[in-house]
Design a protein around this ligand. Structure first.
Ligand code: WQD
Length: 344
């Protein structure tokens, strides 16, 4: 007996696919919408391979409000939506601001308008710790001030949080939870799904695993002259499966009417900060591979250090990240190896 049907936008993406697996394994039926602009359709096969269930898949762009409406009309029994679909490359957003503003903001508006039209109430939004910029105090709590975004990408996350908050405040029959992710890394233990950046990876973990596999010559460490213990930047890395599980807890909080406010925000991190050098050390320890890297000048837009205060998330959601940094780096490596072998 299904617990109900959940729509996952961006469900063939990195976090979306892991969340779909967790939803199915916890008894939900999943409908995926994705335009495959930054993911591949074989992920649907992998989800079926892992869970034994093939989610219904709509290949459509959320900018196409008519097609989106058709999808909602065909799924009037939806219990909630988890909205991942968005462009998410910080550097690319600086080069293509208009694309980022149209894509990330208009799709959010289209989804919310469809929800209101079809009386669908429960909405989980994929937000980001990027909204905090460089916090004045660490660990950073949900009450920390939102700072001027460092990129159009980060700004779309801030604007979308306000779009959700203001729509709910306007009296729309809607409940929303914004999950502010820290740095998701790692992969499902099967090695069948994982992070699949197109082109040269912008993010640290896939660059590490591609270097270890020999696809990249060496990792560039963007600066070792920060005011941190070893000079490299610190981030709160969280295993993508821990992150995925937080989404199920969040959507169930609303389905079960346990949310205390119509709009809530939660940090989704581990509460631990690791430097770039510490992530490299963890990767070398968990895989036994010596990583080639060189220190280069800082990357524009990088903040120095951030990690989450997880008190509210732990206490209110009853959710806590469980996996260690070594499990994160090892699972990322297993995925890289399996993926490269599967495309040979
Ligand atoms: C982590 C650390 C880099 C690559 C961004 C977005 C965030 C989320 C995750 C979408 C930094 C260093 C990186 C490399 C390096 N994106 N680094 N060499 O920038 O913290 O977060 O991606 O949801 O919203 O802001 O993640 O993995 O790019 O960088 O030294 O080749 O690794 O300087 O200190 P970031 P990242």
């Amino acid at each position: 007996m299904s617990k109900g049907k959940i729509l996952v936008t961006g469900g063939t993406g990195y976090i979306g696919s892991h969340t779909t697996v967790e939803l199915i394994e916890q008894g939900y039926e999943v409908v995926i919408i994705d335009n495959l602009s930054n993911s591949q359709e074989f992920v649907i096969d992998r989800i079926e391979q892992i869970t034994g269930v093939r989610p219904k898949f709509y290949k459509l762009d959320l900018l196409d409000a008519e097609s989106l409406d058709q999808c909602f009309a065909e799924n009037t029994d939806l219990k909630g939506i988890i909205h991942f679909a968005a462009a998410k490359a910080v550097g690319e957003s600086v080069k293509k601001p208009l694309y980022y503003y149209r894509n990330n903001l208009q799709t959010m508006i289209n989804v919310l308008e469809a929800m209101i039209k079809y009386n669908l109430e429960n909405f989980v939004f994929s937000s980001s710790c990027t909204v905090y910029g460089q916090p004045d105090e660490l660990p950073v709590t949900e009450n920390a001030p939102v700072k001027t975004a460092e990129s159009p990408y980060g700004y779309t996350k801030q604007v979308n949080e306000n779009i959700l908050k203001d729509t709910i405040a306007s009296g729309a029959k809607l409940k929303g939870i914004a999950l502010r992710y820290f740095n998701p890394i790692g992969a499902h233990h099967s090695g069948l799904i994982g992070e699949l950046p197109i082109g040269v990876p912008a993010n640290l973990m896939p660059f590490i695993t591609q270097t270890a596999y020999g696809i990249r010559e060496q990792l560039s460490v963007f600066g070792d002259d920060y005011s941190t213990p070893d000079g490299s930047c610190i981030r709160d890395y969280i295993h993508v499966v821990d992150l995925a599980k937080a989404h199920i807890v969040a959507i169930e909080r609303m389905i079960d009417g346990k949310n205390k406010e119509a709009y809530e925000i939660f940090n989704i991190g581990t509460g631990n900060g690791f430097s770039v050098f510490e992530v490299i050390k963890s990767f070398e320890k968990s895989t036994g591979i010596k990583l080639h890297y060189k220190v280069v000048p800082r990357r524009a837009g990088d903040i120095e250090q951030i990690w989450a205060d997880t008190t509210i998330g732990n206490n209110e959601l009853g959710w806590k990240a469980e996996k260690s940094i070594d499990e994160m780096t090892l699972s990322a490596w297993k995925w890289e190896q399996n993926y490269r072998k599967s495309i040979q």
